[in-house]
Design a protein around this ligand. Structure first.
Ligand SMILES: Nc1ncnc2c1ncn2[C@@H]1O[C@H](COP(=O)(O)OP(=O)(O)OP(=O)(O)O)[C@@H](O)[C@H]1O
Ligand SMILES: Nc1ncnc2c1ncn2[C@@H]1O[C@H](COP(=O)(O)OP(=O)(O)OP(=O)(O)O)[C@@H](O)[C@H]1O
Ligand SMILES: [Mg+2]
Ligand SMILES: [Mg+2]
Lengths: 227, 227
């Protein structure tokens, strides 16, 4: 489903070169559920952004659904981002002037859904996240964990085939985290490929493979026995 | 050092009243180290904002350093916020156009420190956070955990007598979290009062008292044996 070869991402800061990714090769098959771990600053979000077609590598190649992303048209990349990929961002990236409901409706607008269907689907997804009483709140009228759950709802609402979640439980208590991971596992059983970044071993335990980063490289790549 | 009595914080959303705080009474003595826990949306950040003089309750009283905050002048509240209180926000609140170093220098500007001293103090605090190589990066050129550590550095740089940290390790790997908690414990041993919100039991274990919220109320308030 997706294959990265020798990915590098370099930033030039004056005369210092920051190697955010320093030669990453990784293949993830359809239907896998993978945890990406590693210290702060080791390149996890950078790789997630490249996987999600939101950023381009400096060197190396990236194939998704059999196509090399640097050769795909802008229009097709946008289609992939909006229809095939759901992304939960580390900093949520909710639109501050829209309500929770409107934020979750956005991907459905791109997908061409009608107003009534959009409203109902967005609302149901927010209810699934425990946010029924908060659908008309704007982000600043929500707690941190509520904003995180809106970001998760938005990523799921289009039923993407690839779900990318960058620290999706960072602001959630253990009860909400367990609920979110149960939802992710259920989606994975339905065939959705799930890649999530986490710092927590408890969360990684819900996945079937752990990939560890250090200084922009993959240093561990291990299948795990699930309980 | 700080005393809250019957605090309420209510938001009117159309014809629905949201009770973010629903009668909270809490006393925290100088030199304590307290963990605030509880489900997403239970009122923790709301209470932290009131403690930090960033928000006013709808009802109830709040005394800090022996003064009732609603009776303190705007000018004195600003002085408390800038000189006595260090706040690590759940969403960091870094200024996007400033570098890490400039963000950390801000409280020192309020405190009237000279340029050379500011630069050096801010830089040392960032080095203590493991960010020596990132001091001239702007927030969008930093990883999530690096931004969180800049927010922590900014809260500490003025040597406040009260440190408020709202989920300070949410984006940090366990190694960085251990380092941050060691710093907080060291500050506490020097006499600084530390109140931190966390979802993680491992982090709460570094403190001496756990206060649990549920639906805007305190439901547990328990001293803990430290290891
Ligand atoms: N400006 C606002 N208008 C309306 N409701 C609000 C506003 N700010 C917060 N709330 C509501 O108040 C409640 C408490 O919010 P708060 O941010 O204190 O929760 P929290 O305990 O910090 O949660 P989390 O662990 O998710 O960060 C939430 O249900 C939230 O939706
Ligand atoms: N625009 C940029 N310019 C310069 N350096 C950058 C930029 N974006 C990221 N970096 C650097 O690249 C490195 C990797 O960042 P990345 O966000 O991928 O880390 P991460 O593994 O997600 O960390 P965290 O766990 O803290 O979220 C970091 O050291 C960061 O400072
Ligand atoms: Mg990251
Ligand atoms: Mg909060």
């Amino acid at each position: 489903m997706l294959e990265m070869r020798n990915l590098e991402k370099l930033y030039q800061m004056g005369d210092v070169e920051v190697r955010a990714l320093d030669g990453v090769s990784l293949t993830i098959a359809e239907g896998e559920m993978v945890a990406i771990m590693g210290p702060s600053g080791s390149g996890k979000s950078t790789m997630m952004n490249i996987i999600g077609c939101l950023d381009q590598p400096t060197r190396g190649t990236y194939h998704i659904f059999g196509q090399e992303v640097s050769r795909i048209s802008e229009r097709e990349q946008a289609r992939l981002r909006n229809r095939e990929i759901g992304f939960v961002f580390q900093s949520f990236n909710l639109l501050p002037k829209l309500t929770a409901l409107q934020n979750v409706e956005l991907p459905l607008i791109y997908a061409g859904a009608g107003a009534k269907e959009r409203y109902e689907t967005a609302r149901q997804t927010l209810i699934q996240m425990g946010l029924e009483q908060r659908i008309h709140h704007r982000p600043k009228e929500l707690s941190g964990g509520q904003q995180q759950r809106v970001a998760i709802a938005r990523a799921l609402v289009n039923k993407p085939s690839l779900l990318l979640a960058d620290e999706p439980t960072g602001n959630l208590d253990s009860h909400s985290s367990v609920e979110i991971m149960a939802i992710f596992q259920q989606l994975n059983r339905q065939g959705i490929t799930v890649i999530l970044v986490t710092h927590e071993n408890d969360i990684a335990a819900y996945t079937k493979r752990i990939v560890r980063f250090l200084d922009g490289k993959v240093v561990v790549d291990q299948k795990i026995e699930q309980n």
